[in-house]
Design a protein around this ligand. Structure first.
Ligand SMILES: Nc1ncnc2c1ncn2[C@@H]1O[C@H](COP(=O)(O)O)[C@@H](OP(=O)(O)O)[C@H]1O
Ligand SMILES: [Mg+2]
Length: 300
């Protein structure tokens, strides 16, 4: 089914609901256009996560993480089932999400999403650790749409990253402006995981005279690059498609470079959802950063 046809069926569905809009009594009116729908959905899940933080509190971090993951996942699942019933979903919180591929071997169960023409790739709560720490704002909700009919390597056709504790959402319905070049002489700033930075990233930064900026959440780090608060995000050593799909969709829509650290294309809705490394940066910086990465990558 094409995006256009699915949006048309969403419109029909809305008319059947009686009002010609998607009034659902709780979250307002879901937009029909996929990219705006992604933003709406990420924002709704973000509001739920803020409520969970208020209600559960920070005394038991594990309980807060579990409650947040579950509440945001349930909301995304329910709204996708209601408003995009023909589409498949790949969510971090689905029990089978990682089971499709175990110990390097494909499982015998072929997930439905592999035959689907449209797949929502969602991370209900990215930066779960930071979500459970009082005062931290570096956590996000990711909603991306993959389409088999897209001609781009990533096949991401829509994406939204809500950062509720920062009161902002970036999405492909209104791609942010390309970030400005940094002033001459300012060191390059590389955003990296605050808890699991790649082993080689310190040497990489030294090589190109860059500063490391530690923060939580892949979505927040890519948002920092999009907004010019960092010049690059480098990650390696492990991640899944849902950790990067939505922010990469926004980065690509903004015109930034996003690839694997060896320069190859990021691909989504693969049989194995592991997508262990990536680099996102301004286009002018990409050749220099990829060359430096080649010098610092651990040999296989
Ligand atoms: N080595 C690794 N293996 C698997 N996932 C990793 C990883 N390093 C980071 N991630 C995931 O990438 C996201 C961003 O990580 P970080 O905040 O450290 O930069 C987190 O997602 P979740 O919070 O959704 O689990 C985290 O679990
Ligand atoms: Mg994540």
């Amino acid at each position: 089914m094409t995006s256009e046809r699915t949006e048309t069926s969403a419109r029909v569905l809305a008319q059947r609901e009686g009002s010609g809009s998607h009034e659902n009594g709780n979250g307002g009116t879901p937009p029909v256009i996929d990219a705006a729908f992604a933003r709406w959905l990420a924002d709704r899940a973000g509001q739920v996560l803020l409520q969970v933080r208020d209600e559960v509190g920070y005394a038991d971090g594990k309980a807060l993480k579990t409650a947040g993951d579950r509440a945001a996942h349930d909301l995304l699942r329910a709204e996708l089932a209601r408003w995009r019933p023909a589409d498949a979903v790949l969510s971090e919180e689905d029990d089978h999400a990682r089971v499709a591929w175990q110990d390097g071997e494909p499982s015998t169960v072929r997930p439905e999403r592999l035959g689907a023409s449209r797949v929502w790739i969602v991370d209900p709560l990215d930066g779960t650790r930071e979500f459970s720490e009082e005062g931290r704002t570096d956590w996000a909700v990711h909603v991306a749409l993959w389409s088999a009919e897209s001609s781009t390597p990533s096949r991401l056709v829509a994406g939204a990253v809500a950062m509720p504790a920062q009161h902002r959402t970036l999405a492909t319905d209104q791609p942010p402006a390309y970030p400005p070049l940094p002033p001459d002489g300012r060191p390059i700033r590389i955003a990296a995981s605050r808890t699991r930075p790649p082993a080689f990233v310190t040497a990489l930064a030294g090589d190109i005279g860059a500063e490391l900026v530690p923060m939580g959440s892949a979505g927040v780090k890519i948002a920092a690059v999009i907004c010019g608060d960092a010049d690059a995000y480098v990650h390696a050593g492990g991640q899944y498609e849902w950790d990067s799909a939505a922010p990469v969709a926004v980065a690509l829509a903004t015109g930034l470079h996003a690839s694997r650290i060896d320069g190859s294309a990021l691909k989504y809705n693969e049989a194995d959802p592991k997508l262990p490394d990536l680099v996102v940066c301004r286009k002018d910086l990409a050749p220099r950063l990829l060359a430096a990465l080649q010098r610092h990558l651990p040999s296989e």
